[in-house]
Write a protein that binds this ligand. Structure first.
Ligand code: PMV
Length: 344
């Protein structure tokens, strides 16, 4: 038997309408939509060497060092995929993964790394079995597998803007995989939108997203939240098609604050925002009102602030960040083209 190799880069994404709350197995309680980023990437390669052990045999290197913690997670995931990839028992997988964003920068790497892993697995599958699906089916399956490994990762396999979850008005939407939003349905202002990530705290989150999703099961406002998210997603997609900045900003900021208000009102409650996060939110609103530049913020499950703005205002916004917020590390990212198959 031959040795095979597959390498992919895959980006992180930032949700505009948040997925928060799920049903088994990784079925989102409400649909979500995210920008795919361009600079915050994972690069992952798998070398598959013939192996006769008839077990799932993985060596996992993160940034060139063997990492047992990640390995255990990956072996657990792969063991649920033996029916789909029976060849997993015939190979020793040597996986190397690294991120282009600094370790502990506060940017979640599960979306980028889990999508890169599943894209690489599917590329290996093509080479090992000789079965080559159409590109559309390849990415749909990559999204489905990535979603099972880490919910929001399912959206990272597509460029620019991707939705995940059933949406009444969209026929081919699904809870099982994400779908790309067609470029013609997105005003050009959003095609190269900027996301400057202001790092308030680079440490690990005190409460994992897994625990956060679970707390939604008993949350007193869960049903209202899911209904509001569906409503917000519908109006956001229309606003993004029409280039309606007012509604875009209104929805995106409401979603960020509602995500955190869900955390603050769950039982038990918890708070991931820091005083600096709140200060930045105030300053961003003030800058928007005074400068008439349509900046807005969104926030992931952590204290860091994503500052979103049109590319035409890059110089002004980045100069403001440098002059007024020099104390924070900032990662200047923007909307990107999605994963890339690396051939060497
Ligand atoms: O993919 P998970 O299980 O880490 O959950 C992601 C949750 C948020 O990042 C807060 C929202 C989202 O839709 O990405």
């Amino acid at each position: 038997m031959d040795t095979f190799k597959a390498s992919w880069t895959s980006p992180s994404n930032i949700a505009l309408v948040k997925y928060w709350g799920k049903y088994p197995v990784q079925i989102p309680a409400n649909p979500s939509v995210s920008f795919t980023l361009s600079k915050s990437l994972s690069k992952l390669s798998i070398i598959a060497e013939p192996d006769s052990s008839k077990e799932i045999n993985v060596d996992f290197y993160f940034e060139n060092e063997l990492n047992e913690k990640f390995k255990v997670k990956i072996v657990k995931f792969l063991s649920t995929k033996l029916e789909r990839f029976p060849w997993l028992l015939d190979f020793h997988l040597i996986i190397h993964s690294e991120n282009t964003f600094p370790h502990s920068s506060g940017i979640a790497s599960s979306a980028s790394s889990m999508s890169a892993l599943n894209l690489a697995l599917l590329s290996l599958d093509q080479d090992i079995t000789g079965h080559k699906p159409q590109a559309e089916d390849f990415f749909k399956e990559a999204s489905d597998l990535s979603r099972q490994a880490s919910g929001s990762a399912g959206r990272s396999v597509y460029p620019m803007l991707a939705t995940w979850g059933e949406i009444d008005s969209i026929m081919d939407s699904s809870n099982f995989y994400a779908r790309p939003v067609d470029k013609k349905d997105v005003d050009p202002i959003f095609h190269n939108y900027c996301d400057s990530i202001i790092i308030v705290d680079a440490g690990e989150k005190s409460v994992s997203s897994r625990a956060g999703h679970t707390l939604m099961e008993t949350h007193p406002f869960a049903e209202q939240r899911y209904a509001r998210a569906r409503f917000n997603l519908a109006r956001l997609l229309v606003a993004m098609k029409d280039g309606d900045m007012k509604t875009f900003i209104e929805v995106v900021e409401e979603e960020a604050l509602m995500l955190h208000s869900m955390m603050m009102t769950s039982i038990p409650s918890y708070i991931l925002l820091k005083p600096e996060s709140l200060m930045l939110i105030e300053k961003i609103k003030e800058f928007r009102n005074v400068q008439k530049i349509p900046v807005c913020f969104t926030i992931d499950a952590g204290p860091n602030i994503h500052l979103l703005y049109p590319a035409e205002h890059k110089a002004a916004v980045q100069a403001w960040l440098a002059s007024d917020f020099g104390q924070f590390k900032v990662i200047h990212d923007e909307v990107g083209n999605g994963p890339e198959h690396l051939k060497d």
